[in-house]
Design a protein around this ligand. Structure first.
Ligand code: ADP
Length: 192
């Protein structure tokens, strides 16, 4: 199976690139942010709890997102592989994901990290806030908080995959096609 962790700070383009990747490689897209927003729009108890944290730019608890991913893996047992987008966001999540996949005799093929400078990220998120209607994209203070969460809790996840020799950086600035082409090159290396 081809299991890719697509990594990068908020606004790096993970969602956009995921959509291209699932088409090319026939993978299942698992975005914890999308799943959480689905729970919110369905008004579930989980969604109501998660919303309080998401609206402040804070991460939701590890157990919650790990449970969601575990369910999705079970529901998609016949998948050719997965793109993990916005997950794992902590080292504990990365360890749990390895355990879940190992129990299915599977594993992560590689992490692809989209690298974008801070100024460009701020710009993209404010533009996205106008179009997407996502409340957490519309307020510069909340964006700052999300970047702070990324720096303090998520950035280390890259080291986790680096120590497993599964880390690949791709420049996340340029045209969508150009960035996609560079991601595809990495995947071709991985699947050789
Ligand atoms: P972005 O990458 O732009 O921050 P996401 O849609 O991935 O957007 O996430 C939106 C919010 O959902 C996060 O700020 C966080 O509150 C919550 N969230 C998503 N994925 C996770 C995760 N793996 N662990 C904890 N919280 C998460």
């Amino acid at each position: 199976m081809l299991n890719i962790v697509l990594f990068g700070p908020p606004g790096a383009g993970k969602g956009t690139q995921s959509h291209h990747l699932i088409q090319k490689y026939n993978l299942v897209h698992l975005s914890t942010g999308d799943i959480l927003r689905g729970e919110i729009s369905n008004g579930t108890p989980l969604g109501l709890e998660a919303k309080k944290l998401m609206d402040q730019g804070l991460l939701v608890p590890d157990e919650v997102v790990i449970g969601m991913i575990s369910n999705k893996l079970d529901q998609n047992a016949a998948a050719k592989g997965f793109i993990f987008d916005g997950f794992p966001r902590t080292v504990a999540q990365a360890e749990a994901l390895d355990q879940l996949l190992t129990s299915k005799n599977d594993g992560i093929s590689g992490m692809i990290a989209l690298e974008v400078d801070e100024e460009e990220l701020q710009k993209r998120l404010l533009i996205r806030g106008k179009d997407s209607g996502r409340p957490d994209d519309q307020n510069p203070e909340i964006i700052k908080k999300r970047v702070a969460e990324y720096t303090s809790k998520t950035a280390q996840v890259a080291n986790y995959y680096q120590s497993q020799h599964k880390f690949y950086a791709v420049k996340g600035v340029g045209s969508i096609d150009e960035i996609f082409g560079n991601i595809v090159k990495v995947i071709e290396e991985l699947t050789k």
